[in-house]
Design a binder for this molecule. Structure first.
Ligand code: PLP
Length: 287
């Protein structure tokens, strides 16, 4: 395995950064998780746009242009000889002193890790996941806009811990007003009477790239999509519920807090969207 680290390609053992990196000391940095399908970097431009927007928002200077970053992704994948996998692109503020001041960390660390991906087994896509809602809240309004994909994932980790305790792989996080926001690392959708719903980003959700792809697929296949706030009640009585994310793709939910959703397996709209999604993953992106 070869890891890109600030212009060099190094082994896993040599891929180290300073303990003074503010990514480590303060979670000061941003990241992207990207999939490669048969050599295609799925939605590469969209991921890079989100990365550079996150960087601009937190005044983090990425020392590569977007084109250079794309070329570097391609080169890192090539060196790892992977046709299918997962890319973790991290830009941290870089080493500084023990103070918060980002001006004292003038040189960002840029890291690209490419790995094989262990994903849900195929039957999980047919049978759906069992999930729970958790008490951890996505606070809105928040000092940290949910559109920024930052290295501050402690809230999401608290969700993951609650999911672990409940014995499920993903859980549902509400915002401080009680509206459904998202999962620990996935966006959430529901289907009711043939209409597809997902919470608007301002409710406290990342603007997921998979979420955007699903919204496009809804338009393409003639499904009505509404970005509207909804509550757990709406989730319990939905015909279908599914999560979306780079790693999870489109995964059905069969049960939420003990309530069986629809038929208790992947519903027809979720299944149709997954089929459409699998058609675009090898073509929509950068080779
Ligand atoms: N929400 C959060 C908090 C995430 O971390 C992620 C993915 O990493 C998502 C949603 C899904 O976004 P995407 O489809 O871009 O992977």
């Amino acid at each position: 395995q070869v890891i890109y680290l600030n212009g060099e390609y190094v082994t896993k053992e040599n891929a180290t950064v300073s303990v003074y990196d503010h990514g480590f000391l303060y979670g000061d940095g941003i990241f992207e998780g990207i999939r490669i399908y048969d050599g295609n970097i799925f939605k590469c431009k969209e991921h890079l746009l989100r990365l550079y927007d996150s960087a601009k928002s937190i005044m983090l200077n990425i020392p590569l242009s977007m084109q250079e970053m794309q070329d570097t992704l391609i080169e890192t994948i090539r060196r790892n000889e992977l046709r299918d996998g997962y890319i973790r692109l991290v830009v941290s503020r870089g080493p500084g002193d023990l103070g918060l001041d980002p001006r004292r960390s003038p040189k960002a660390n840029v890291i690209i890790i490419v790995e094989k991906l262990s994903i849900y087994p195929e039957e999980a896509y047919r049978n759906g996941l069992s999930t729970v809602s958790v008490s951890t809240r996505r606070n809105v309004p928040d000092a940290l806009n949910p559109k920024i994909k930052s290295l501050n994932y402690l809230n999401n980790i608290l969700v993951k811990i609650q999911a672990n305790l409940a014995g499920v792989g993903e859980a549902i996080m509400l915002n401080s007003q009680g509206y459904v926001a998202e999962g620990s690392a996935d966006n959430i959708f529901l289907v009711k009477n043939g209409v597809v719903f997902t919470p608007p980003a301002y409710i406290g959700a990342l603007e997921g790239i998979t979420r955007a792809a699903v919204m496009e697929l809804c338009a393409k296949t003639g499904l009505t999509l509404k970005e509207e706030p909804f509550t757990l009640h709406d989730v319990y009585v939905a015909d279908e519920v599914f999560f979306t994310g780079t790693a999870a793709e489109i995964i059905a939910v069969r049960e939420v807090d003990g309530r069986v959703i629809g038929e208790g397996k992947a519903g027809p709209i979720t299944t149709a969207l997954l089929q459409e999604f699998r058609k675009i993953v090898t073509v929509d992106g950068v080779k």
